[in-house]
Design a protein around this ligand. Structure first.
Ligand SMILES: Nc1ncnc2c1ncn2[C@@H]1O[C@H](COP(=O)(O)OP(=O)(O)OP(=O)(O)O)[C@@H](O)[C@H]1O
Length: 360
């Protein structure tokens, strides 16, 4: 079992003007694929480096399985690392690159040979063992870097944007392979990325970071469908955030509320965080295009009138910009439906998926 905890960790720069990491408590569970997600400068790398032992926190503790390792040097923590720059040794073959950590540990040759073969098979690079790094593609180098990290059988794996040097197509493929490998080995892993899609598809849980702090911690689905703050909603790709206020609490235990859009008499039923489901609370309605449909007539809730402001033909679908009170949102339809700017339409917003992001 390998559980990693951060307790009251703080790291600041420039006399505390820059908070690189401030984490009251974080637990990364045994065998979990854990994502640290956030924009540039949000503190992901600092947090990972504190866990790795490469950055000393100003305050706080790092625990592995309850044991305080805050002052244990990086090489004694038993953690495998795969960073953005893979930094393979150019003068060593793939075999020797993978074997490097084992040689340092003075592992006997026959055991090294067995372990290198095992790691090479897992990463599907058996054919490449005699080559030098310059004879490999970016994707192959990346696999060698992962093999080198796992061959020493680390207690946990730390990844810092390991795929950012790969092109989009390869990135998708290696993403999938890394997830498979992580599950196969059952190894606790922490993965730093600024790419939402990457975190959503790979990770069991994600911490979204902003200015050194964790804004939200949850499963990919929670983070995507129930963003806790406007920052998380925007970072997860919500382009339309419509301000409103809670005017009725319909189901307190499920967080179902009625929201009145600011400066209009339009009201919509939405979900919000249960602890924020109180009368008068300000919210932002996160309206993703996939929640908006033309009303067919049978709907009971969330049917409102909107005005077509603009239309675009996008080959396989139409996209319309709608005016909703003084705010705007988008509607997608099949290309067989053609609406004209200025036209009024009745739309429906899926009340089960419409989320009211707390504003305070
Ligand atoms: N050695 C350092 N000296 C001064 N400031 C630093 C140092 N390391 C990090 N910082 C600052 O701490 C903050 C967090 O940086 P960090 O590298 O952890 O962010 P990040 O989320 O990993 O960003 P990126 O995705 O760009 O790597 C930033 O404002 C950064 O400028």
């Amino acid at each position: 079992m390998v559980k990693i905890e951060l307790v009251d960790v703080y790291k600041g720069y420039y006399g505390g003007k820059v908070v690189a990491a401030e984490i009251p408590y974080l637990e990364i569970r045994d065998r979990e694929f854990f994502g640290l997600l956030g924009p540039s400068g949000s503190g992901k790398t600092t947090t990972l480096r504190i866990i790795a032992g490469l950055t000393m926190p100003d305050r706080g503790k790092v625990l592995i399985d309850g044991e305080d390792i805050t002052y244990v040097p990086p090489e004694k923590r038993g953690l495998g690392m795969v960073f953005q720059s893979w930094a393979l040794f150019p003068h060593l073959t793939v075999y020797e690159n993978i074997a490097f950590g084992l040689r340092l540990k003075k592992v006997p040759d026959d055991e090294i040979s067995r372990k290198v073969k095992w790691a090479a098979e897992l990463l599907r690079i058996e054919e490449l063992l005699d080559r030098y790094p310059y004879q490999l593609s970016g994707g192959q180098q990346q696999r060698v870097a992962v093999a080198r990290a796992i061959v020493v059988e680390p207690r946990a794996l730390l990844f810092d944007e390991p795929l950012s040097n790969l092109d989009a197509k390869l990135r998708e493929q290696v993403r999938f392979e890394l997830s498979r490998l992580q599950k196969e080995l059952g190894i606790t892993s922490i993965y730093v990325t600024h790419d939402q899609a990457e975190a959503l598809v790979m990770c069991d849980r994600i911490a979204v970071m902003n200015k050194g702090r964790i804004e939200q911690l949850g499963t990919p689905e929670e983070i995507y469908s129930s963003p806790a703050t406007p920052f998380v909603a925007e970072f997860m790709g919500v382009t339309t955030l419509i301000p409103g206020n809670i005017i009725e609490v319909l189901n307190p235990s499920a967080g179902i509320v009625r929201v009145q859009i600011e400066n209009s008499d339009i009201t919509l039923v939405a979900r919000t965080r249960v602890e924020k489901a109180s009368l008068g609370n300000p919210v932002l309605l996160a309206v993703r295009p996939e929640l908006v449909e033309l009303a067919s007539g049978g709907e009971q809730t969330n049917v409102v009138e909107a005005k077509i402001l603009a239309s675009s033909y996008l080959g396989d679908h139409m996209e319309y910009i709608l005016g909703l009170g003084e705010y705007q949102t988008r509607l997608r339809t099949s290309t067989s439906i053609r609406l004209q700017p200025g036209e009024k339409v009745r739309i429906t917003l899926d009340a089960k998926r419409l989320f009211a992001v707390p504003r305070q």
